[in-house]
Design a protein around this ligand. Structure first.
Ligand code: HEM
Length: 516
């Protein structure tokens, strides 16, 4: 049973101002910290200071803690009452709600602004997806980021129930007959803008490692099965993966070759109606727990993609990276693994086009999550720069801080708008047209977004100061973003290689007779 809260005057609170009997007021609420003082992570003495004990410590508190501290049950119960005649002014976030901080939301979600791409149905869908992610995924995300353990089956089951796993692979036949987000959108209406919402909302509640840990391996490893697998293979694999019972990883990169896919050394040798596969793969997201590996292999006729089930001869071990091991990043070895030829994805010897066509969607997805995380950084910085008092004034009083905010906002808005234009093209082009016309633009977009992410990370740490270097407390999100935003510049294709791809594709399309 919750205890009864009383009303106190300022004079009554002021009497509790010493060691053993210390109360404080934070945002019109009265807290009895007498016993907690010894356990306070900031130490007891700061609570006994003349300006804090028995006084209104709202400003001091918000200069040092995130609001969520007050909402944790073990701290919320320290409240003994409220102040007579005062009202709480700092509202606790309500799951699903939009932020009112300028630029914290995409323009189509900002009140009073217009956008040509989204409808009222997209908005309803977005609200429901956000509420789901904030209530179901966020607590799990925080836990797994810290522990490094994979996402629990319970959360995977809930994602599957709403068909979020299937939606992360975009529009297509695989959605037919499925109820999406409790029927908020019909499978035939589901477009890339809906999918983009799922990625963006996921990034709002997850660290970079959790975004990957939440089955990114499947999102990039399953499309070759959907697009090129036999009917039998499709039936064996797809339903179980969308139901969250089986997991897939894309196994392309090796210690020998990354973006240079042509240099891979894993070999598949024909032996009757089987392949015998030997080789190693590195940096394989979700590899530690995957049941299937969509694997790039060298064959007699060139390069072939084969789906390898976990079984005899398949071994995975965890690679320690700069981000949390919740992502399940693995080193994978195949030792004479026998796989039926029926597991071949696409024509034998033509695996390069299977992989290259898959890259567009993967890179676009990285753009969706990366730009959403950057927007969250902008929001954190705007909040912090407004509440942080230095030399007696908020940080926002400093022109140098405002200049940083200007650059951060411009980068996120530029990336977002470019992303929307590309998403619109994807929504109007066939898969083949996308492969032909969008590989270059998506490469350039990803290069732009990953680079701006690192610039924004640098600016954010300067704004947060020391707090941007600690993994807990005020700047924890900034620290994580600063440490991991570089992943966007590597995974799904190195930044410089993608920029170059964009230019090479443009040069290919240059009219031969173009002259100044
Ligand atoms: C209900 C009251 C309070 C609770 C529950 C609380 C709780 C905490 C917690 C959990 C931390 C660890 C850092 C974090 O997670 O943010 C912390 C740090 C700290 N707290 Fe409090 N606190 C309270 C009131 C205060 C007040 C009134 C002051 C006065 C100045 C204060 C000063 C500090 C300091 C200096 C730190 C260390 C900050 C850092 O390392 O950056 N706290 N507190």
């Amino acid at each position: 049973m919750s205890k009864e809260l009383k009303e106190y005057t300022l004079e009554e609170v002021a009497k509790h101002n010493k060691e053993g009997d210390v109360w404080v007021i934070i945002d019109a609420k009265v807290y009895d910290l007498s016993r907690f003082a010894r356990l306070h992570p900031g130490g007891p003495n700061v609570l006994y200071a003349e300006s804090v004990a028995g006084k209104d410590a709202t400003q001091a508190f918000f200069g040092l803690h995130r609001h969520e501290v007050l909402l944790r049950p073990q701290y919320a119960r320290l409240q003994v009452g409220t102040v007579v005649g005062q009202k709480e002014r700092i509202a606790a976030p309500v799951p699903g709600e939009l932020s009112k901080v300028p630029y914290a939301e995409q323009s189509w979600l900002t009140q009073g602004y217009f956008n040509p791409y989204y409808t009222e149905k997209h908005r309803k869908f977005q609200r429901s997806v956000r509420e789901f992610f904030e209530t179901v995924v966020k607590p799990e995300s925080d836990k797994c980021e810290a522990s490094g353990k994979r996402i629990s089956q319970e959360v995977v089951d809930k994602l599957a129930e709403k068909n979020i796993i299937a939606m992360r692979l975009g529009p297509g036949k695989h959605l037919q007959g499925r109820t999406l987000m409790d029927g908020l959108v019909k499978p035939e209406e589901f477009d890339f803008f809906y999918e983009g919402i799922v990625h963006a909302e996921l990034a709002r509640v997850s660290s970079r490692a959790v975004i990957d840990g939440l089955l990114a391996g499947l999102v990039i490893g399953l499309p070759p099965v959907l697009n090129y697998g036999s009917k039998e293979l499709y039936n064996e694999v797809v339903d179980d993966t969308f139901a969250g019972k089986k997991f897939v990883a894309l196994a392309i990169t090796e210690a020998f070759a990354g973006s240079d896919v042509g240099g891979l050394q894993t070999t598949a040798v024909r032996d009757g109606d089987h392949w015998v596969i030997t080789g190693t793969k590195k940096w394989i997201t979700n590899g530690t727990f995957a049941d299937y590996f969509t694997t790039g292999c060298k064959t007699d006729d060139g390069f072939t993609v084969i789906l390898i089930p976990r079984g005899p001869g398949v071994d995975t071990s965890q690679i320690k990276t700069a981000y949390s091991s919740v992502a399940g990043t693995a080193y994978v070895t195949f030792d004479k693994v026998r796989v039926p030829v029926g597991n071949t994805l696409g024509p034998i010897g033509k695996g390069m086009s299977v992989i290259l066509s898959n890259f567009n969607h993967e890179r676009w997805m990285v753009c969706c999550t990366a730009i959403s995380s950057q927007r969250l950084v902008v929001e954190e910085c705007l909040r912090w720069a407004t509440q942080r008092i230095v030399f007696g004034k908020p940080l926002t009083n400093l022109a140098v801080i405002r200049a940083k905010l200007a650059k951060m906002i411009s980068r996120v808005e530029a990336g977002q708008n470019w992303l929307e234009v590309i998403t619109y093209q994807m929504s109007n082009m066939s898969y083949a047209e996308q492969a032909d016309k969008l590989a270059g633009p998506i490469g350039l977009l990803k290069q732009y977004i990953s680079r701006s992410g690192r610039e924004t990370a640098e600016d954010a740490v300067q704004i947060f100061g020391g707090r941007g270097l600690t993994t807990t407390g005020m700047g924890k999100f900034i620290e994580n973003f600063h440490r991991t935003s570089g992943f966007d510049a590597i995974l799904a294709g190195a930044e410089d290689v993608l920029g170059d791809l964009g230019v090479r594709q443009a040069l290919k399309k240059m009219p031969r007779n173009a002259r100044l």
